[in-house]
Design a protein around this ligand. Structure first.
Ligand code: SF4
Length: 340
């Protein structure tokens, strides 16, 4: 439910039809209430895709392989450790652990992995993931409740459930893009449960599938309503669909449209403190988002899922920081968000 002084969908659509510069200035003003003007925070991370074997069949994904495909893989613990070691050596502090809906990997596989990671890295490296849709799959595949799965992963050392797997939170788009990735209600109920159990969570949206601004607003409304209720989302990240080699195909949206969507997100999600810019998909145009309402960014050293769909990763940390400085913004390194 909309709270007092929160932007309505009508007001948002009026803003979108108006002068983009007015929208940018309003979003930037709002962003500066959370984070000082002329600065932006960042951390260095990598996304480790622990397996590419997946039965979800998302039409926008160029990464997955069906079971028994000779190109299917499951990373060993040693391979994951090597990636984490390299991340730490590069000054990273966050490792996202994502994978497919692998029909043979049950809850004990993930428990063993997270116990081992905590034992090796302690708190030097924060483990970010799997996403709630993956945990729902793991729970059902293991014939246990979602609550039990989340509790067991917590015991193993997991503290964060990232917002990936949301794409566009309307049931129509979920049917279109990934019908096996659960309904809007299942996604939101799962996130709320994770928040209640103490997990830190983040929110996301992916745009560029052909959805309308009304669809995007519906997505933001779902997130804002849950945030009004729980306050559990620490940040929101918006990125763009990469169409290369996917079954869905299509084309990339312009960076101008991305920037407008960032501004819209900053204004609509007034109850989520941090809006993050996606350099992973926007490349050297990403820093512009830091003057359109975003105040934070990740430097991502690896993400196979977006790379295989056409994203070009820049893993030279200093080069990325220079993009930001070139936009007149001082980057400030941060630790992963805390849980309190
Ligand atoms: S996006 Fe994730 S869940 Fe969907 S097909 Fe790709 S690997 Fe599977």
């Amino acid at each position: 439910m909309t709270q007092k002084n929160q932007l309505t969908q009508e007001e948002a659509l009026t803003l979108l039809r108006g002068n983009p510069e007015i929208m940018r200035l309003r979003a930037h003003e709002k962003r500066c209430a959370h984070s000082p003007d002329g600065t932006a925070t960042y951390l260095v991370m990598r996304i480790v895709s622990t397996t590419n074997v997946c039965i979800a069949n998302c039409s926008y994904c160029a990464f997955y392989r069906r079971p028994h495909d000779p190109e299917g893989y499951v990373l060993t613990q040693e391979e994951i450790f090597q990636k984490c070691d390299a991340l730490l050596a590069a000054g990273g502090s966050l490792v996202a652990m994502e994978g497919g809906f692998h029909p043979k990997l049950k809850i004990d596989h993930y428990e063993t992995l997270f116990y081992a990671m905590r034992e090796r890295y302690g708190n030097a490296l924060e483990i970010y993931g799997p996403t709630i849709v993956e945990v729902i799959f793991i729970a059902r595949n293991s014939k246990i409740s979602l609550e039990e799965a989340l509790q067991r992963l917590w015991q193993a050392g997991l503290r964060w459930i990232p917002g990936g797997g949301a794409e566009i939170l309307t049931d129509q788009w979920r049917q279109e893009l990934s019908p096996r990735k659960y309904s809007v209600k299942e996604y939101l109920d799962g996130m709320e449960l994770a928040q209640r159990l103490g997990y830190g969570t983040t929110a996301t949206m992916v745009i560029g599938f052909g959805e309308t601004w009304e669809d995007r607003l519906e997505h933001l409304e779902q997130l804002r309503a849950l945030q009004n209720k729980t306050g559990g989302f620490k940040s929101f990240l918006l990125w763009t669909y990469q169409p290369d080699h996917t079954a869905l195909r299509g084309s990339r949206i312009s960076n101008e449209e991305y920037l407008k969507a960032v501004a819209l997100s900053r204004l609509y999600l007034d109850n989520i403190p941090v809006i993050r810019a996606s350099f992973l998909t926007q490349g050297d145009q990403g820093p512009l988002a830091l003057t359109w309402g975003a105040s934070d960014f990740d430097i991502v050293l690896e993400d196979k899922v977006t790379e295989l769909a056409g994203a070009k990763i820049e893993s030279n940390v200093e080069k990325v920081l220079n993009w930001v400085r070139g936009a007149g913004i001082t980057p400030i390194k941060r630790e992963p968000f805390g849980l309190s």
